[in-house]
Design a protein around this ligand. Structure first.
Ligand code: S3P
Length: 168
């Protein structure tokens, strides 16, 4: 089996599902943000706050390319990974891309209390989060929906996803 890339908005559960999926498929698991943090020796939030988003996106692309050359794995991407450069195309060529889809309402409920660790949500009042996510998703949806598989993250069942990935 080749790589499985999980994409989707912040808070969609890419890392949590990724770990279970990797176990079920017998593949290693990698979290792209964690690999970036190892390389930068700082948190993603610090990289973005100190160097800006453009530098972060360059670093993200470099680490993604390193990952593409590694043995097959389940990879939890960052929320913006498929939306920059030719990252999505590269991932689609290297394996199966799965979009974990949630509504803005579901995402807002998950993200409301964790804004401190998410630099792209800095300064947005909890009450405005859902509207912010709706607008942001409109820009990102076009990328996310090019995934090979779209997975409704709150209603779907892991064994079904495992079956689909194993048998196409
Ligand atoms: C980002 C999502 C974050 C992280 C960075 C940028 C984004 O990852 O890569 O803060 O652009 O949506 P998670 O989706 O794992 O939170």
């Amino acid at each position: 089996m080749s790589h499985v890339f999980l994409i989707g908005y912040m808070g969609s559960g890419k890392s949590t599902l990724g770990r279970s999926l990797a176990d079920a498929l017998g593949l290693p698991f990698h979290d792209l943000d964690s690999l970036i943090e190892q390389e930068a020796t700082r948190s993603v939030a610090e990289v973005i706050r100190q160097q800006g988003e453009d530098d972060f996106r360059e670093l993200e692309r470099r680490v993604l390319h390193e990952l593409l050359a590694m043995p097959a794995a389940v990879v939890a991407c960052g929320g913006g990974t498929p939306c920059f450069f030719d990252n999505l195309e590269q991932m689609k060529q290297a394996g199966t891309v799965v979009y974990l889809r949630l509504t803005p309402q579901q995402l807002a409920a998950r993200l409301k209390d964790g804004q401190a660790s998410r630099p792209l949500l800095d300064g947005i009042a909890s009450d405005d989060i859902e509207e912010h996510i709706s607008k942001h998703l409109i820009m990102r949806q076009h990328f996310y929906e090019q995934a090979h598989l779209i997975w409704d993250a709150e209603s779907a069942d892991l064994p079904d996803l495992v079956r689909l990935l194993n048998h196409g």
